[in-house]
Design a protein around this ligand. Structure first.
Ligand SMILES: [Zn+2]
Length: 126
């Protein structure tokens, strides 16, 4: 699961989750409209992000899917981290939640304001 966090307004924004290509490509913004994101390819988990105040937040899917009656504790988290493939940020940083700058991974890409405007126009036409 990818989200964006804007450190200008302090809000967390989820990209459009709808599975249909036309819908999930609609850019969504934080409260102050400085940070934006949309799925470039939702199936492959490729997110485009705009804004110098934007961070990506990754939450490991196996944490979200973990069953618990209370809290997923340290021991369970260590087991979940062990299940994650070695090339994931979660594994590299031994954490089920990671905060990172867009552009440091191949699946969270930096987009320009021009790309954002184009994307907004494109989704309006459909
Ligand atoms: Zn903001």
């Amino acid at each position: 699961m990818k989200l964006i966090f804007c450190d200008k307004c302090g809000t967390i924004t989820a990209p459009m989750q709808h599975p249909y290509p036309i819908i999930y490509k609609i850019p969504v913004s934080c409260l102050c409209k400085d940070s934006w994101c949309w799925w470039e390819n939702a199936e492959q988990g490729i997110l485009k992000v705009v804004g110098e105040h934007a961070y990506a937040i990754g939450i490991a899917n196996n944490l979200l899917n973990a069953k618990t009656d209370g809290v997923v504790g340290r021991e369970e988290m260590d087991k979940l981290i062990a299940e994650i493939p070695d090339n994931y940020l979660f594994k590299l940083h031994s954490s089920l939640i990671v905060k990172y700058k867009p552009g440091i991974t191949g699946d969270t890409l930096i987009a320009t304001r021009e790309e954002l405007e184009k994307q907004i126009e494109e989704t309006k036409r459909k």
